[in-house]
Design a protein around this ligand. Structure first.
Ligand code: WQD
Length: 323
């Protein structure tokens, strides 16, 4: 009996695969390789190269690998792109999830860990965000993640499934250099890309109502994210039918853009490059920091890596992947 990791050839998925294997759980990766890399799938782990929109391939994979639970990470996740292409994002992230759930119900696969996001909150006007903070997503990406949470909870209630939706805050770092974030769509990889080009990092606005005027985020090491997925899967193994958890994954500590950029510049020895302030990016909340009390209480999970560990591992991962 295996757990199937959709998106398991991606940045976060590859870390989840390794965490579950290290805990002795057999896994199968289901990934269309649109952004994933087959080289990230460890030897000995079966890879099904297919889309979650392909019902026939899902049925075959769930049966062939006798899947007892699914960690669903495969999704489109660029906020800006979702504004330009909402139909693509709703198809991949919502219709894809609905197709997966249909296949799971028919196959009798009763456990689902769903990759959600802090983007469901939009611009919360609170010091720290709990799972009870009202959700008001600002982008089609965030909307698809909130709709996904509704879908999985409805499936849990109607079909006796056990589900956990995990709301990721800002993911950074790498457990090992070869698993670094290959994308350049978030702060740390974007800063590293500018530094490699000998250019100053860009600060998208410094006139926010925060201590140094730049946006504050809750950065969480991808290895901690992976451990939270493992803890959720293990919890669902024995959870009652109809269980539906919604959990923040963060550290509960806010770090500003300027602070993060400064740490990256120091870690790369490029402190001569002074950050350049440019226009605000539309839709950015001034501050979004998680309360991770509930996941601690319900799963016994707590973040164990600090910001310097995230930055050091991101720098090393970037060096490995970009020479
Ligand atoms: C962080 C801060 C930027 C680059 C998004 C999604 C969220 C999650 C993480 C998937 C912002 C600023 C950035 C740069 C900058 N994704 N910035 N200069 O927008 O907080 O969250 O990605 O789940 O759901 O919403 O992350 O890394 O894009 O930006 O000043 O070169 O860094 O304005 O304030 P974000 P981010």
């Amino acid at each position: 009996m295996s757990w199937m990791i959709t998106g398991g050839a991606g940045y976060i998925g590859a870390h989840v695969v390794r965490a579950m294997r290290a805990a002795g759980q057999s896994v199968v990766v289901y990934d269309d390789l649109s952004t994933g890399d087959a080289a990230r799938v460890p030897d000995g782990v079966p890879l099904v190269t297919a889309s979650v929109l392909d019902r026939a391939r899902l049925d075959a994979a769930l049966a062939e690998h006798r899947v007892r639970g699914v960690v669903h990470i495969a999704a489109k996740k660029q906020v800006g792109e979702s504004v330009e292409k909402p139909l693509l994002y709703y198809r991949e992230n919502v219709t894809g999830l609905q197709t997966l759930l249909g296949a799971m119900v028919d196959a009798g696969t009763e456990r689902l860990v769903f990759s959600s996001s802090a983007a469901v909150y939009g611009m919360p006007d609170v010091e720290t965000v709990t799972e009870d903070t009202p959700c008001a997503p600002m982008s089609p990406y965030g909307e698809t993640k909130l709709a996904g949470e509704w879908l999985v909870r409805a499936a849990a209630r109607a079909h006796g499934m056990r589900v956990a939706s995990l709301r990721y805050f800002n993911v950074a770092g790498a457990a090992t250099p070869e698993l670094g974030d290959p994308g350049t769509h978030n702060l740390v990889p974007m800063v590293l890309e500018r530094i490699e080009a000998g250019l100053p990092p860009l600060v998208f606005g410094d006139d926010y109502p925060t201590a140094d005027g730049t946006c504050v985020r809750d950065y969480i090491h991808v290895a901690d994210i992976a451990d939270a997925h493992l803890a959720a899967a293990q919890h669902l193994e024995t959870a009652a039918e109809g269980t539906g958890l919604t959990l923040n994954i963060g550290r509960g500590e806010g770090v500003s853009v300027l602070e993060m950029i400064d740490r990256v510049l120091r870690a790369t020895g490029r402190t001569e490059l002074r950050p350049e302030v440019v226009e605000r990016r539309p839709g950015d909340p001034a501050r979004i920091v998680a309360s991770a009390d509930r996941i601690g209480a319900q799963l016994g999970w707590h973040a164990s890596h600090d910001v310097d560990a995230m930055v050091a591992s991101a720098v090393e991962g970037r060096r490995r992947s970009h020479g």
